[in-house]
Design a protein around this ligand. Structure first.
Ligand code: ADP
Ligand code: MG
Length: 700
C-alpha cells in the first residue's frame, strides 16, 4: 500500500494482515502462516504459540485488553464472549494469550439454537480459528477487543454455525472446478469463489424510533398509514445525499476501511430514507464475514449520529424493501470463469460455466428459494420492486441468442461483427459486451458474474452462497463426467482443444440447455403474467417461508448436501428445525407487539378522541347550535365503529396467538393494521401516539 493510500484510508490498520504478520512474527513463522492462509489449511501447531504471542502484542499496541472468538451462530447475528489477556501468575498480574487460546475456544454455548444437535447436558461447543479470515480489532468508545474469526461446532463435530457449511461448499466447488479445468487442459491452480454483497438499509431518526415499540422490538413498522408522498416521484434514487447522512456514511466507510473492508459505492436507494453500500468483491468467505461486519458497523455508527439503521427487509409498507444483492463468480488461477474472455478456449470455458449455472439453478431452484426464506423477506419477495418468489435466470437477449445457437447450431446465423470467434463452428461466438440490465430478475447474469437478488437485507450471505456453491459443484461435476466419458470414446484427448473436444462439449451443453433452458426468463419479472407462465414451464413457486423451507427435507436435497460433504442429514435437519422455529417465534413476537400497541396506545388514543368528540357534540347541542353537530355526529359514529373494530381485531389476534397459529396471526395483524391506519387519519395529529410515516421517512 502506498503512503498516500495509507494516509487517506488507514486501510487494514485494524487487521492482522500481511504487514502486521511481517512486523510481529519471525520471518520463518510469518512465511508458514501466510502459506496456511493462502492454502486454507489448519494452523501448524508448532507455530501457534508464536503466532498468538505476536497477535497479542499487535492487538495491545492498538489498545486491546480482551480477546474473543468471533463466530456466526445460527441466530443470524455474530457472537462473541470476551476474555481479558490479564491473568494472575503466582499472584502477579501478567498479560497472557497462548496458542491454545488462539486455535480453539470452548464457549459454554448451550443457549445457541442447535436444532436438537446439542442438548444442554452436552453443552460444550467448540470454536476453531479460520485463518483464511484474519483477526481484527473491534473498537468501542473506551477500549478495544481482539476478534478471532472462528467456526463453531458441537462436541461431536457437527456444525452449529453459518461459516462451516460455507467453507465446505467452497471446497466442494473447488474440487469440481479442478476436475473440469483439467479436462480443459489447465494446470492445477487456485480456485476462488468471489462475492460482492450490495447492502441496502434504511435510516430513521432515533427520536422517532424510540417512540415506535414495533421498530424497537421487530425492526419493522406494524402500523402506519402511508405518507402523502412516498416514492412516486422517483426523486430519491441516486439523489444528492443529505449532509447528515453523508457524514454518517463517511464514518461508516472509515471504520470499514480500517477493518480492511473495501467499501466502494454509496448512494440513495429507491425508497425515501433508503440507502446502499457496496464493497468491492473479495473471496467469498472473507466477503461473507465482512458483510456481517458491515451490518454491525452500520448499526453502531448510526447510534453516534442519532440514527437507527434498519436492516429489516420491509421496515415500511408501501415503499421498497431492502435486499442484499449477492454478486457471485468463480475464478481459476486468477481468471474469472464467468468473463466471456478473449480467445476460443476462454469462450468455451465461459459457455460451460454459464450452462452449468443455468442447469444448477433450474435443478435446485427450490433450495435457492429456501436459502432466502424468512419472516422478514416474506414481506419483500414479490412485493414492491422486489424480485418475485419464483426463481428464474436472466441472461439478456444477446446471450439468449448464443444459447439458441448452442441448442440449434444448424439455425445459426453468420457471426456478427464485434463478436469473438471461437475457432471452431460448433460453439457460437459471444458478443463482447453482453451486459444488459434487468432489475426484475431474482438471478441475473450481469456481464461477468451472477447477481442473486432475492436474499434479504438482514441475511447472512453464507446461507444462499452455500447453496449456490453446492449446486454449481454438482452441475460442473456432471458436465465433467460427460466430458470424461467422451474421452473414453476416444474422441478427444483431455485438455486438447481439438474439434472433437468441442463437438463433445457442444453436445453436452446442448442437452443441458434442452433440459434446463426453461429457467431462463428475460422478460419483466414484475408482470402479472409471469407467475402463470412460470407455472406452465413447471418452475416451482414457494410464496412464503413455510412452503419454501419444505425443500430442506426433500430426499434428493439431503443426498446432494451429503454427497458434496457440505451438510450431513442431521445438520440439515437441525437447520430446518431452527429456521421453522425462528419463523414461528418472529411471527409470534410481531403478533404480541401488534396486540400491545393496539391495546395500550392506539385504542386509548381513539377512545380519547371519541370522548372529546362526544363532549363537543353534547355541548354544541346543549347551547343549541345546530351547525356542526351533524359533522360531529358523523365523526362520533366513525370513531365508535373504529373502537369496536379495534376491540374485535385485538380479540382475534389474541386468539391466533393463543393457538400459536402463524398464518392466522399474520392475517389478524394485517386486518388490525387496516383498521388502525384508517383511524390514524381521524385522530388529531398531536394526539396520535406513534410517529408517522411522513416523519420517519422524510425528517432526518
Ligand atoms: P449494481 O448496483 O449496478 O448492481 P454495484 O456497483 O452496486 O452494481 O455492485 C456490483 C458488485 O458486484 C460490487 O460489489 C462489485 O465488486 C461486484 N463484482 C464485480 N465483479 C465481481 C466478480 N467477478 N465476482 C463477484 N462480485 C463482483
Ligand atoms: Mg448497486
Amino acid at each position: 500500500m502506498t503512503e498516500e493510500t495509507k494516509k487517506a484510508t488507514h486501510f487494514g490498520e485494524d487487521v492482522f494482515g500481511d504487514e502486521a504478520i511481517r512486523t510481529y512474527l519471525s520471518k520463518d513463522t510469518a512465511k508458514k502462516l501466510q502459506a496456511t492462509i493462502r492454502e486454507g489449511r489448519p494452523l501448524d501447531p508448532s507455530i501457534a504459540g508464536e503466532v498468538a504471542h505476536g497477535i497479542r502484542h499487535w492487538a495491545m499496541d492498538r489498545g486491546a485488553t480482551h480477546y474473543t472468538h468471533w463466530f456466526l451462530p445460527m441466530t443470524g447475528s455474530t457472537a462473541e464472549k470476551h476474555d481479558s489477556f490479564l491473568e494472575l501468575k503466582d499472584g502477579e498480574p501478567i498479560m497472557q494469550f497462548g496458542g491454545k487460546n488462539l486455535v480453539v475456544g470452548e464457549p459454554d454455548a448451550s443457549s445457541f439454537p442447535s436444532g436438537g444437535i446439542r442438548s444442554t447436558f452436552e453443552a460444550r461447543g467448540y470454536t476453531a480459528w479460520d485463518p483464511t479470515s484474519p483477526a481484527f480489532i473491534k473498537r468501542h468508545s473506551n477500549g478495544a477487543t481482539l476478534c478471532i474469526p472462528t467456526a463453531f461446532c458441537a462436541y461431536t463435530g457437527e456444525s452449529l454455525d453459518k461459516k462451516t457449511p460455507l467453507l465446505r461448499s467452497m471446497q466442494a466447488l473447488d474440487k469440481s472446478l479442478k476436475r473440469l479445468m483439467k479436462l480443459f487442459g489447465r494446470g492445477e491452480a487456485h480456485s476462488a469463489c468471489t462475492l460482492g454483497a450490495e447492502q441496502e438499509y434504511f435510516l430513521v431518526d432515533r427520536k422517532y424510533w424510540e417512540k415506535r415499540p414495533d421498530l424497537v422490538l421487530t425492526g419493522r413498522t406494524l402500523f402506519g398509514a402511508p405518507s402523502a408522498k412516498g416514492q412516486q416521484l422517483e426523486d430519491h434514487y441516486f439523489g444528492a445525499i443529505p449532509d447528515r447522512v453523508l457524514s454518517f456514511m463517511n464514518d461508516v466507510e472509515r471504520e470499514l476501511w480500517k477493518l480492511g473492508i473495501p467499501a466502494k459505492t454509496r448512494h440513495n436507494e429507491v425508497a425515501p430514507a433508503q440507502f446502499e453500500l457496496a464493497p468491492q468483491f473479495e473471496e467469498l468467505n472473507l466477503a461473507s464475514d465482512h458483510n456481517m461486519l458491515v451490518m454491525d458497523t452500520l448499526r453502531s455508527v448510526a447510534e453516534r449520529h442519532g440514527f437507527k439503521c434498519l436492516l429489516h427487509e420491509k421496515p415500511y409498507a408501501g415503499v421498497n424493501g431492502s435486499g442484499k444483492h449477492n454478486n457471485w463468480s468463480v475464478a481459476y488461477g486468477g481468471r474469472n470463469l464467468l468473463d466471456p474472455g478473449s480467445d476460443p478456449h476462454e469462450n468455451a470455458v465461459f459457455l460451460t460455466m454459464l450452462c452449468a449455472v443455468i442447469e444448477a439453478v433450474d435443478k435446485h431452484a427450490d433450495l435457492l428459494r429456501a436459502s432466502v426464506a424468512g419472516a422478514g423477506n416474506d414481506h419483500r419477495l414479490g412485493a414492491n420492486e422486489a424480485p418475485p418468489a419464483v426463481i428464474s435466470v436472466y441472461v439478456g437477449d444477446q446471450l439468449a441468442e448464443v444459447l439458441d445457437r448452442i441448442e440449434n447450431p444448424k439455425g445459426a446465423k453468420h457471426e456478427e461483427k464485434g463478436s469473438l470467434k471461437i475457432g471452431v463452428d460448433t460453439l457460437p461466438a459471444i458478443p463482447r459486451d453482453a451486459t444488459d440490465r434487468n432489475r426484475t430478475s431474482p438471478f441475473a447474469f450481469t456481464g461477468n458474474k451472477f447477481e442473486f437478488r432475492a436474499p434479504g437485507s438482514s441475511v447472512c450471505c453464507s446461507g444462499p452462497m452455500t447453496v449456490l456453491n453446492t449446486i454449481v459443484a454438482e452441475a460442473v461435476d456432471r458436465i465433467a463426467n460427460e466430458l470424461e466419458a467422451a474421452k473414453v470414446a476416444g474422441k478427444a484427448k483431455p485438455g486438447e482443444h481439438t474439434a472433437a473436444f468441442h463437438i463433445a462439449l457442444q453436445k453436452i451443453l446442448q442437452s443441458s440447455l434442452k433440459a434446463h433452458r426453461r429457467v431462463v426468463f428475460n422478460g419483466n419479472g414484475y408482470e402479472a403474467d409471469w407467475p402463470k407462465e412460470a407455472a406452465k414451464r413447471g418452475l416451482p413457486d414457494a410464496p412464503d417461508t413455510l412452503s419454501a423451507l419444505a425443500a430442506l427435507s426433500k430426499k434428493e436435497n439431503i443426498a446432494l448436501f451429503e454427497k458434496y460433504g457440505v451438510m450431513t442429514e442431521r445438520e440439515l435437519e437441525s437447520r430446518h428445525e431452527i429456521f421453522l422455529e425462528e419463523y414461528a417465534k418472529k411471527v409470534r413476537i410481531e403478533g404480541a407487539c401488534a396486540r400491545d400497541i393496539a391495546s395500550e396506545m392506539i385504542f386509548p388514543a381513539v377512545k380519547a378522541e371519541y370522548l372529546e368528540t362526544a363532549r363537543s357534540y353534547e355541548s354544541a347541542n346543549s347551547v343549541g347550535v345546530a351547525s356542526g353537530t351533524s359533522a360531529l355526529h358523523e365523526e362520533l359514529v366513525e370513531l365508535g365503529a373504529g373502537l369496536d373494530a379495534l376491540k374485535s381485531g385485538i380479540a382475534k389476534l389474541d386468539d391466533a396467538l393463543a393457538h400459536s397459529d402463524s398464518a392466522a396471526t399474520l392475517a389478524s395483524m394485517q386486518s388490525l393494521r387496516t383498521t388502525s391506519d384508517a383511524l390514524e387519519k381521524k385522530v388529531a395529529d398531536a394526539c396520535w401516539p406513534l410517529p408517522k410515516y411522513r416523519d420517519m421517512l422524510f425528517l432526518y
